[in-house]
Design a binder for this molecule. Structure first.
Ligand code: SF4
Length: 85
């Protein structure tokens, strides 16, 4: 089976293919990351807690970068675009 290529986070490129259930889509993206690239669940929860309180969060989408907050949170070396995490 060919290795699937994973890009973070250019969802605008593939917006039409994103299903309505973003959590299932996020789970799939997370499963495709190399283990060394993954943020662990504690770090993701910490990041999402910040996003949940952020005035730049619009229904789970970051208005600064256009990413889904959950997807931005899942890669270890990703950063909040305004340095909140
Ligand atoms: S990534 Fe940063 S700016 Fe965007 S919603 Fe989360 S905390 Fe706010």
């Amino acid at each position: 089976m060919a290795q699937e290529k994973l890009r973070f986070c250019r969802l605008c490129d593939i917006f039409d293919s994103i299903p309505g259930d973003i959590s299932a889509y996020a789970d799939r993206l997370y499963s495709l990351l190399d283990e060394k690239e993954k943020a662990d669940s504690a770090l993701m929860k910490q990041r999402i807690a910040v996003c949940d309180e952020c005035d730049r969060n619009s229904a789970g989408t970051c208005l600064e970068c256009g990413c889904y907050c959950i997807i931005r949170s899942m890669k270890q070396d990703n950063r909040c675009p305004v340095d909140k995490w």
